[in-house]
Design a protein around this ligand. Structure first.
Ligand SMILES: [Zn+2]
Length: 461
């Protein structure tokens, strides 16, 4: 009997304590409990609209995009190894025309763009003879106030007819390769973007912007690899390496149509950290997703958390490979019956769709190039006093930051759910249990432009 009472007593006590805790739950519960709450997927999280950027979007002209792409197609082929001497046919004529157009845009902003050829001899590893080829990118630089930082947005102007006819078709330098969509569309978008950004911001932005028209993409990302390595070797902080590649088709092979959404491909990290969702490229992806929601609510940005479409590649890859935030824009619906064929015609490119992609580019470039650098590193530490129910988050200061925002999301969500403004310090005691969430910090400029975020990965005891 005595034994039985002993056994019952602790149980009764436990029941009482639990009931009391339940009764007091509302006042004792933490202010936030992300994992228990209703998920919120709003990519805009705390990003305000800049009316100057919103107004600039209207400057992007579908007619100009068409005129640019039409000129590119008129060179018949823009194969990297095609004729360079003719003034009417081949890649030499194409790049001289691009250089001339960009120079005209620069003349219209009193020389605000520095237009240059970025040339280098590159071995074509994919060719059985491994020839050396002169790979020539055309670049337009809009100098920033901080010239140590550079944001790159590009498209490739080379073309090929290489999807049929065996491996050597990749080196067919004479057949017509119109490449109106791949990647005349992206080339046109980046050139039009250069014109509009130069016109709107002739004195430049905080960060230097490079509008890059690449050669050698179809032979193995040769031009973008050359530029990424050069910028890295010169010691630039690469804010982003983005590419517009295949951004003008709206009709799929089976006839379905979509002119109201675009895909962005944002890879995970290249390291072996085991957490593939904390990379700078993913943060850039969240940023572009937010820009779409803030500035173009009728145009759906579809983030895809992978490097590229399956079995495909693009000019963001060399930037990703050197650890820079990298991302690809691509049309929602592709048509493989046109890509890398003589059928990639101007008539099948929808230039009002290309204009939407270029506007999304514009919002991203104008916003990100006015933002401070993201914090270099963010670390976190379990708060002992709360038994780990709070965590101390600490970050390195960013140049030109007015203040910071701490962002939190549960690990299963693609975007952040909480935003906490922090001014005057670079540390914050967060009321959140961080074993179950991701925390990141972004920097805010005096003008209200946000950097991409840096995810906390450095754990200190
Ligand atoms: Zn392409």
């Amino acid at each position: 009997m005595r034994l039985r009472l002993f056994a019952l007593a602790p149980l009764a006590l436990l029941a009482t304590v639990t009931a009391a805790a339940r009764a007091q739950a509302p006042s004792r519960a933490p202010a936030y409990d992300l994992v228990r709450g209703t998920p919120s997927v709003d990519p805009r999280i705390g990003i305000p609209r800049d009316e100057r950027i919103a107004a600039a979007l209207a400057e992007v002209s579908p007619a100009r995009l068409r005129a640019i792409d039409s000129a590119l197609v008129s060179f018949r082929t823009r194969h990297t190894m095609s004729d360079t001497l003719s003034s009417t046919r081949g890649i030499g004529a194409a790049r001289r025309w691009i250089h001339g157009e960009l120079s005209r845009y620069s003349a219209d902003c009193k020389g605000c763009l520095r237009v240059e050829y970025d040339a280098g001899m590159v071995t074509v590893e994919r060719h059985p003879d491994k020839p050396s080829v002169n790979v020539v990118n055309v670049l337009a630089w809009l100098k920033g106030r901080d010239t140590s930082r550079v944001l790159v947005i590009g498209g490739h102007y080379d073309s090929c007819v290489c999807s049929k006819g065996g491996p050597m078709a990749r080196f067919d330098t004479t057949s017509d390769a119109p490449g109106a969509d791949d990647d005349g569309s992206g080339t046109a978008a980046v050139m039009e973007l250069a014109r509009v950004v130069a016109k709107q911001y002739p004195r430049g932005l905080e960060t230097s912007v490079v509008f890059a028209l690449y050669s050698g993409e179809e032979l193995g990302l040769l031009g973008s690899t050359q530029l990424a390595k050069r910028l890295q070797a010169a010691g630039y902080e690469i804010v982003a390496g983005m590419t517009d590649d295949i951004v003008g088709n709206v009709v799929a092979e089976d006839g379905r149509v979509d002119s109201t959404s675009v895909r962005i491909y944002a890879p995970g990290d290249t390291g072996a950290r085991g957490d593939d969702d904390v990379s700078p490229s993913r943060e850039l992806g969240r940023y572009v997703w937010a820009m779409g929601a803030v500035y173009m609510p009728g145009f759906e940005v579809r983030p895809t958390w992978r490097l590229d479409r399956i079995g495909r590649g693009g000019d963001h890859r060399p930037f990703w490979a050197i650890g820079a935030p990298a991302l690809r824009f691509s049309e929602r619906l592709e048509n493989y019956r046109r890509q890398h064929l003589g059928t990639d015609r101007l008539e099948d490119v929808d230039f009002s769709y290309v204009a939407k992609v270029a506007r999304l580019n514009l919002a991203t470039v104008a916003s990100l190039a006015q933002a401070p650098s993201p914090p270099d590193t963010v670390t976190y530490r379990r708060d002992a006093a709360s038994g780990g129910q709070k965590w101390q988050v600490t970050w390195t200061p960013s140049k030109h930051a007015l203040n910071y925002e701490v962002l939190v999301r549960r690990t299963t969500l693609p975007t952040y759910e909480r935003v906490i403004r922090v001014a005057g310090v670079t540390t914050y005691l967060l009321d959140e249990q961080l074993d179950d969430a991701w925390v990141a910090v972004r920097a805010v400029s005096p003008g209200g432009h946000r950097s991409i975020a840096t995810v906390a990965t450095g754990f200190t005891r």
